[in-house]
Ligand binder design. Sequence first.
Ligand code: GLU
Length: 289
Amino acid sequence: MYLRFAPSPNGRLHLGHAFSALENARIADELGATLLLRMEDIDTARCTPKFERAILDELAWLGVTWTPPLQRQSERFGAYREAIESLQRMGVIYPCFATRADIASAIDAQPGGGTAWPRDPDGAPIYPGLHKGMPEDEAAARIAAGEPHNLRLDMAAALRRVGCDRVSWSESGAGPDSETGIIQASPAIWGDAVLIRKDTPASYHLSCVVDDGFQEITDIVRGHDLFHATALHRLLQTLLDLPEPRYHHHRLIPDQDGRKLSKSSGSTGLAELRAAGKTAQDVRAILGY
Ligand code: GLU
Protein backbone atom coordinates (compact mmCIF):
# COMPACT_ATOMS: atom_id res chain seq x y z
CA MET A 1 0.00 0.00 0.00
CA TYR A 2 1.28 3.45 -0.92
CA LEU A 3 0.38 6.99 0.10
CA ARG A 4 1.90 10.17 -1.24
CA PHE A 5 2.38 13.71 -0.03
CA ALA A 6 2.38 15.88 -3.15
CA PRO A 7 3.35 19.52 -2.52
CA SER A 8 3.97 22.07 -5.28
CA PRO A 9 7.40 23.68 -4.85
CA ASN A 10 6.14 27.14 -5.82
CA GLY A 11 6.35 28.47 -2.28
CA ARG A 12 7.17 27.50 1.29
CA LEU A 13 5.12 25.13 3.41
CA HIS A 14 2.53 26.49 5.82
CA LEU A 15 0.51 24.90 8.63
CA GLY A 16 -1.99 23.48 6.12
CA HIS A 17 0.75 21.58 4.28
CA ALA A 18 2.22 20.43 7.58
CA PHE A 19 -1.18 19.05 8.63
CA SER A 20 -1.55 17.23 5.30
CA ALA A 21 1.94 15.72 5.59
CA LEU A 22 1.27 14.63 9.19
CA GLU A 23 -2.10 13.11 8.22
CA ASN A 24 -0.40 11.19 5.41
CA ALA A 25 2.30 9.93 7.81
CA ARG A 26 -0.28 8.96 10.46
CA ILE A 27 -2.53 7.07 8.06
CA ALA A 28 0.44 5.36 6.35
CA ASP A 29 1.57 4.23 9.78
CA GLU A 30 -1.90 2.95 10.73
CA LEU A 31 -2.17 1.01 7.47
CA GLY A 32 1.42 -0.26 7.54
CA ALA A 33 1.78 1.49 4.17
CA THR A 34 4.70 3.32 2.55
CA LEU A 35 4.65 7.11 2.28
CA LEU A 36 6.08 8.52 -0.97
CA LEU A 37 6.88 12.13 -1.84
CA ARG A 38 5.97 13.74 -5.14
CA MET A 39 6.93 17.25 -6.21
CA GLU A 40 4.07 18.64 -8.30
CA ASP A 41 6.32 20.94 -10.29
CA ILE A 42 4.72 20.92 -13.75
CA ASP A 43 4.69 24.70 -13.65
CA THR A 44 8.42 25.05 -14.23
CA ALA A 45 8.20 28.86 -14.24
CA ARG A 46 6.88 29.08 -10.67
CA CYS A 47 8.39 25.91 -9.16
CA THR A 48 12.06 26.19 -8.25
CA PRO A 49 14.81 23.92 -6.83
CA LYS A 50 15.12 26.42 -3.97
CA PHE A 51 11.52 25.82 -2.88
CA GLU A 52 12.00 22.07 -3.32
CA ARG A 53 15.02 22.15 -0.98
CA ALA A 54 13.05 24.21 1.53
CA ILE A 55 10.19 21.68 1.47
CA LEU A 56 12.58 18.75 2.01
CA ASP A 57 14.21 20.62 4.88
CA GLU A 58 10.89 21.56 6.49
CA LEU A 59 9.51 18.00 6.25
CA ALA A 60 12.67 16.66 7.90
CA TRP A 61 12.37 19.31 10.63
CA LEU A 62 8.74 18.34 11.20
CA GLY A 63 9.78 14.69 11.49
CA VAL A 64 7.83 13.44 8.46
CA THR A 65 9.81 10.63 6.86
CA TRP A 66 9.14 9.32 3.38
CA THR A 67 10.53 6.56 1.22
CA PRO A 68 12.74 7.49 -1.78
CA PRO A 69 12.96 7.95 -4.69
CA LEU A 70 11.55 11.45 -4.79
CA GLN A 71 9.34 11.81 -7.83
CA ARG A 72 9.19 15.05 -9.79
CA GLN A 73 6.41 15.76 -12.26
CA SER A 74 8.82 17.89 -14.31
CA GLU A 75 10.55 14.60 -15.23
CA ARG A 76 7.37 12.90 -16.41
CA PHE A 77 6.12 15.06 -19.27
CA GLY A 78 6.41 12.10 -21.68
CA ALA A 79 3.97 10.08 -19.56
CA TYR A 80 1.40 12.90 -19.62
CA ARG A 81 1.80 13.15 -23.40
CA GLU A 82 1.14 9.39 -23.73
CA ALA A 83 -2.01 9.70 -21.61
CA ILE A 84 -3.21 12.56 -23.79
CA GLU A 85 -2.55 10.55 -26.93
CA SER A 86 -4.57 7.70 -25.57
CA LEU A 87 -7.47 10.08 -24.72
CA GLN A 88 -7.14 11.53 -28.21
CA ARG A 89 -7.51 8.07 -29.75
CA MET A 90 -10.71 7.65 -27.71
CA GLY A 91 -12.05 10.89 -29.21
CA VAL A 92 -12.66 12.49 -25.80
CA ILE A 93 -10.33 15.44 -26.20
CA TYR A 94 -10.24 18.51 -28.45
CA PRO A 95 -8.10 21.59 -29.00
CA CYS A 96 -9.36 24.98 -27.89
CA PHE A 97 -7.78 28.16 -29.20
CA ALA A 98 -9.93 30.55 -27.15
CA THR A 99 -8.26 32.96 -24.76
CA ARG A 100 -9.70 33.74 -21.33
CA ALA A 101 -10.97 37.03 -22.80
CA ASP A 102 -12.74 35.17 -25.68
CA ILE A 103 -14.43 32.92 -23.12
CA ALA A 104 -15.41 35.86 -20.90
CA SER A 105 -16.97 37.76 -23.82
CA ALA A 106 -18.88 34.67 -25.04
CA ILE A 107 -20.34 34.36 -21.54
CA ASP A 108 -21.08 38.11 -21.26
CA ALA A 109 -23.04 37.82 -24.51
CA GLN A 110 -25.42 35.31 -22.89
CA PRO A 111 -28.89 36.46 -21.76
CA GLY A 112 -28.59 38.41 -18.50
CA GLY A 113 -24.92 39.23 -19.21
CA GLY A 114 -23.84 35.78 -18.15
CA THR A 115 -24.60 36.37 -14.46
CA ALA A 116 -26.36 33.01 -14.18
CA TRP A 117 -23.67 31.18 -16.17
CA PRO A 118 -22.63 27.98 -14.31
CA ARG A 119 -19.22 27.80 -12.68
CA ASP A 120 -16.99 24.85 -11.82
CA PRO A 121 -16.07 23.99 -8.19
CA ASP A 122 -13.00 26.27 -8.46
CA GLY A 123 -15.24 29.18 -9.44
CA ALA A 124 -14.22 29.31 -13.12
CA PRO A 125 -17.02 29.63 -15.67
CA ILE A 126 -17.97 26.35 -17.36
CA TYR A 127 -16.45 26.40 -20.86
CA PRO A 128 -19.11 27.65 -23.29
CA GLY A 129 -17.98 25.28 -26.05
CA LEU A 130 -16.52 27.96 -28.35
CA HIS A 131 -14.22 25.67 -30.32
CA LYS A 132 -15.99 22.41 -29.71
CA GLY A 133 -16.84 20.68 -32.96
CA MET A 134 -14.24 22.62 -35.00
CA PRO A 135 -13.59 20.68 -38.22
CA GLU A 136 -10.51 18.50 -37.77
CA ASP A 137 -8.66 19.97 -40.77
CA GLU A 138 -9.16 23.53 -39.46
CA ALA A 139 -7.89 22.54 -36.00
CA ALA A 140 -4.92 20.69 -37.53
CA ALA A 141 -4.02 23.72 -39.70
CA ARG A 142 -4.18 26.10 -36.73
CA ILE A 143 -2.01 23.76 -34.64
CA ALA A 144 0.46 23.38 -37.54
CA ALA A 145 0.63 27.19 -37.76
CA GLY A 146 1.73 27.23 -34.13
CA GLU A 147 -1.42 28.83 -32.70
CA PRO A 148 -1.42 28.48 -28.89
CA HIS A 149 -4.15 26.16 -27.63
CA ASN A 150 -5.35 24.13 -24.66
CA LEU A 151 -6.54 20.55 -24.88
CA ARG A 152 -9.94 20.07 -23.28
CA LEU A 153 -11.82 17.00 -22.19
CA ASP A 154 -15.07 16.55 -24.12
CA MET A 155 -17.09 15.80 -21.00
CA ALA A 156 -20.17 14.51 -22.82
CA ALA A 157 -18.08 12.16 -24.99
CA ALA A 158 -16.09 10.98 -21.95
CA LEU A 159 -19.27 10.20 -20.00
CA ARG A 160 -20.71 8.36 -23.00
CA ARG A 161 -17.53 6.31 -23.22
CA VAL A 162 -17.62 5.26 -19.56
CA GLY A 163 -21.37 4.64 -19.94
CA CYS A 164 -22.43 6.52 -16.82
CA ASP A 165 -22.84 10.19 -15.85
CA ARG A 166 -21.75 9.59 -12.27
CA VAL A 167 -18.59 8.25 -10.68
CA SER A 168 -18.06 6.90 -7.19
CA TRP A 169 -15.25 6.54 -4.71
CA SER A 170 -14.62 5.25 -1.24
CA GLU A 171 -14.14 8.15 1.18
CA SER A 172 -12.95 7.88 4.76
CA GLY A 173 -12.73 11.61 5.45
CA ALA A 174 -15.47 14.19 5.49
CA GLY A 175 -17.63 14.77 2.42
CA PRO A 176 -20.40 17.24 1.71
CA ASP A 177 -22.98 14.57 0.96
CA SER A 178 -21.84 11.73 3.17
CA GLU A 179 -19.92 11.42 6.41
CA THR A 180 -18.05 8.30 5.34
CA GLY A 181 -18.49 5.55 2.81
CA ILE A 182 -19.16 5.70 -0.88
CA ILE A 183 -19.47 9.09 -2.54
CA GLN A 184 -21.38 9.39 -5.82
CA ALA A 185 -20.60 12.51 -7.84
CA SER A 186 -21.02 13.97 -11.26
CA PRO A 187 -17.80 14.91 -13.12
CA ALA A 188 -19.95 17.14 -15.36
CA ILE A 189 -19.66 19.85 -12.65
CA TRP A 190 -16.27 20.56 -14.28
CA GLY A 191 -17.56 20.98 -17.84
CA ASP A 192 -14.95 20.54 -20.58
CA ALA A 193 -11.96 20.79 -18.23
CA VAL A 194 -8.52 21.77 -19.54
CA LEU A 195 -6.14 18.78 -19.52
CA ILE A 196 -3.16 20.44 -21.19
CA ARG A 197 -2.58 24.16 -20.91
CA LYS A 198 -0.97 26.41 -23.50
CA ASP A 199 1.91 27.17 -21.16
CA THR A 200 2.36 23.92 -19.19
CA PRO A 201 2.66 20.35 -20.47
CA ALA A 202 -0.25 19.06 -18.35
CA SER A 203 -2.92 20.25 -15.98
CA TYR A 204 -2.87 19.31 -12.30
CA HIS A 205 -5.79 16.93 -12.88
CA LEU A 206 -4.09 14.93 -15.63
CA SER A 207 -0.62 14.75 -14.08
CA CYS A 208 -2.01 13.86 -10.66
CA VAL A 209 -4.08 10.97 -12.00
CA VAL A 210 -1.29 9.63 -14.25
CA ASP A 211 1.24 9.78 -11.39
CA ASP A 212 -1.06 8.28 -8.77
CA GLY A 213 -1.41 5.34 -11.16
CA PHE A 214 2.33 5.21 -11.90
CA GLN A 215 3.26 5.31 -8.21
CA GLU A 216 0.58 2.68 -7.47
CA ILE A 217 -0.99 4.92 -4.82
CA THR A 218 -3.67 2.99 -2.96
CA ASP A 219 -4.74 5.69 -0.49
CA ILE A 220 -4.95 9.38 -1.34
CA VAL A 221 -4.91 11.66 1.68
CA ARG A 222 -5.32 15.35 0.83
CA GLY A 223 -7.17 18.50 1.78
CA HIS A 224 -10.88 18.97 1.47
CA ASP A 225 -10.31 21.70 -1.13
CA LEU A 226 -9.66 18.85 -3.59
CA PHE A 227 -12.82 16.91 -2.74
CA HIS A 228 -14.70 17.94 -5.91
CA ALA A 229 -11.61 17.37 -8.08
CA THR A 230 -11.95 13.69 -7.19
CA ALA A 231 -15.02 13.35 -9.46
CA LEU A 232 -12.88 14.42 -12.42
CA HIS A 233 -9.96 12.26 -11.26
CA ARG A 234 -12.19 9.17 -11.04
CA LEU A 235 -13.46 9.83 -14.56
CA LEU A 236 -9.89 10.15 -15.92
CA GLN A 237 -8.83 7.00 -14.02
CA THR A 238 -11.71 5.09 -15.59
CA LEU A 239 -10.90 6.34 -19.09
CA LEU A 240 -7.19 5.57 -18.70
CA ASP A 241 -7.88 2.20 -17.10
CA LEU A 242 -5.99 3.11 -13.93
CA PRO A 243 -6.71 1.45 -10.58
CA GLU A 244 -9.14 3.11 -8.17
CA PRO A 245 -7.50 4.43 -4.99
CA ARG A 246 -9.31 5.03 -1.70
CA TYR A 247 -9.66 8.70 -0.69
CA HIS A 248 -9.44 10.56 2.57
CA HIS A 249 -10.09 14.31 2.32
CA HIS A 250 -9.03 15.95 5.56
CA ARG A 251 -10.11 19.24 7.13
CA LEU A 252 -8.35 22.45 6.14
CA ILE A 253 -6.39 24.58 8.57
CA PRO A 254 -7.80 28.12 8.47
CA ASP A 255 -5.83 31.31 9.09
CA GLN A 256 -6.61 33.60 12.05
CA ASP A 257 -9.54 35.07 10.09
CA GLY A 258 -10.97 31.68 9.21
CA ARG A 259 -9.79 31.83 5.59
CA LYS A 260 -7.96 29.14 3.64
CA LEU A 261 -4.18 29.42 3.97
CA SER A 262 -2.26 30.50 0.91
CA LYS A 263 1.42 30.26 0.00
CA SER A 264 1.92 33.74 1.38
CA SER A 265 0.24 33.11 4.74
CA GLY A 266 3.04 34.91 6.63
CA SER A 267 2.66 34.00 10.28
CA THR A 268 1.48 30.44 9.53
CA GLY A 269 4.50 29.61 7.35
CA LEU A 270 6.75 26.94 8.85
CA ALA A 271 9.82 29.11 8.19
CA GLU A 272 8.22 32.04 10.06
CA LEU A 273 7.17 29.79 12.95
CA ARG A 274 10.70 28.38 13.17
CA ALA A 275 12.21 31.86 13.07
CA ALA A 276 9.87 32.87 15.90
CA GLY A 277 11.39 30.07 18.01
CA LYS A 278 8.67 27.43 17.66
CA THR A 279 9.86 23.82 17.75
CA ALA A 280 8.54 21.00 15.58
CA GLN A 281 6.74 19.73 18.71
CA ASP A 282 5.03 23.14 19.09
CA VAL A 283 3.86 22.99 15.46
CA ARG A 284 2.62 19.42 15.86
CA ALA A 285 0.74 20.47 19.01
CA ILE A 286 -0.94 23.40 17.19
CA LEU A 287 -2.18 20.83 14.65
CA GLY A 288 -3.39 18.36 17.26
CA TYR A 289 -0.45 15.94 16.95
N1 GLU B 1 -0.09 19.62 -5.33
C1 GLU B 1 -1.34 19.79 -4.67
C2 GLU B 1 -1.21 20.88 -3.64
O1 GLU B 1 -0.10 21.24 -3.25
C3 GLU B 1 -1.82 18.53 -3.98
C4 GLU B 1 -2.45 17.60 -4.93
C5 GLU B 1 -3.02 16.30 -4.36
O2 GLU B 1 -2.72 15.94 -3.20
O3 GLU B 1 -3.71 15.65 -5.10
O4 GLU B 1 -2.23 21.39 -3.22
